[in-house]
Design a protein around this ligand. Structure first.
Ligand code: SAM
Length: 343
């Protein structure tokens, strides 16, 4: 009789009840072992490095969990100029980065035209680099404009695939329907699309996690980003419990087995909650790390949640430290573009 982890790894259909027992910790050791094996069979021991540039902490949205939500009057706001963004890219290129991720709140200052110009300038400064955007929900036309300007990847977590749960995490002005529309538009345009969710967000149930997996199967993304929910004191969820590192790690392992070719980051949130959280994520099948390339002066201001890491191995300056950590976990840091095999 094969174990559940083994059956999931072989691509057998397993029931919801069985999947729930894996999520709850059944066969954990084998699950982690197999996820590492699967990741190595597709991507070897490489951990791809992305340079994260947090371009704006202004946001018109009001997601209840997020420290840069519009109604957080305590948040310090900043936005980078195009010149500052290009300077970050040049610095990253000198350090050997070949993927840049521009992430930010939904800041109306960054019009579609401005975003296109910035993407074009990045492609001039680093022609072979992959430009990833993570700038939230836009029209299909806008996504197409950014793609034509040279962006090739887009990260947009669906956050939760359950309608009722979505409503508890977001204001009425936002909708799960539009989030999904964005993701399918991005895919159709030709982006390598990343989606995902927080683990342990307020009111999340284990059935919600099943829904998340089902939605990801429908979307079949090239990248999957998950990380624990971390409360931010100046949000309505400031008093909620943080997500579990162990559950996040198990979810990474499960996702690796279901999506063997996906790129999966070991996220900053995982590293924030546990000193070896990122390493645990890597050993459970994650194969991407995104050190911070934003100007040091603004890093503390992109404060999505309390105690967010932005220095040491989390920063571009700490690249050698990060390389050591990755090596100690049993992998090799790779500065290649690291395109997804899932496209
Ligand atoms: N505006 C873009 C968007 O909506 O995708 C990108 C920026 S948004 C701040 C990036 C991600 O941060 C979100 O997808 C969310 O999952 C994560 N995030 C926000 N608040 C968080 C929290 N309190 N704990 C953990 N992750 C959080």
């Amino acid at each position: 009789m094969k174990s559940l982890a083994e059956r999931l790894c072989r691509g057998d259909n397993i029931s919801d009840v069985e999947l729930i027992s894996l999520i709850n910790g059944k066969d954990e050791e084998e699950l982690i072992h197999l996820s590492d094996k699967v990741r190595r069979s597709y991507y070897g021991d490489k951990v791809f490095i992305r340079g994260l540039i947090e371009i704006s902490s202004y946001c018109k949205n009001d997601c209840l969990y997020c420290g840069i939500r519009a109604s957080n009057k305590e948040a310090s706001r900043y936005r980078l100029t195009a010149e500052e963004i290009i300077a970050c890219v040049k610095k990253g290129a000198e350090l050997g980065f070949s993927t840049f991720v521009l992430q930010g709140g939904e800041d109306p200052y960054f019009t579609d035209l401005r975003i296109c110009k910035i993407v074009e300038k990045i492609k001039e400064a680093a022609p072979d680099a992959a430009v990833t955007l993570s700038l939230g929900e836009k029209s299909r036309n806008a996504y197409k404009m950014y793609f034509d300007a040279g962006a090739c990847r887009y990260l947009l977590r669906h956050e939760t695939a359950d309608l009722e749960h979505y409503r508890k995490l977001h204001p009425d002005s936002m909708s799960l329907e539009n989030r999904k529309r964005c993701l399918f538009d991005l895919k159709e345009i030709g982006y390598q699309v990343g989606s995902g969710f927080m683990v342990g967000s307020p009111y999340q149930t284990i059935e919600n996690l099943l829904e998340d997996i089902k939605f990801l199967k429908e979307l079949d993304p090239a990248m999957i980003g998950i990380g624990p929910f971390v409360p931010h004191k100046d949000t309505p969820f400031g008093e909620f419990s943080q997500g579990s590192v162990e559950l996040t790690v198990r979810m990474i392992a499960i996702l690796r087995l279901i999506f063997p070719k996906a790129l999966i980051p070991a996220t900053t949130a995982l590293g924030t909650l546990s000193p070896d959280g990122r390493e645990k994520g890597l050993m459970a099948g994650a194969n991407v790390v995104m050190p911070n390339l934003s100007p040091v002066m603004v890093r503390k201001k992109y404060n999505l949640y309390d105690n967010k890491l932005a220095t040491g191995a989390e920063s571009a300056e700490g690249l050698r430290l990060l390389e050591d950590k990755i090596r100690n976990a049993g992998y090799v840091m790779s500065m290649e573009r690291g395109d997804s095999l899932a496209v």
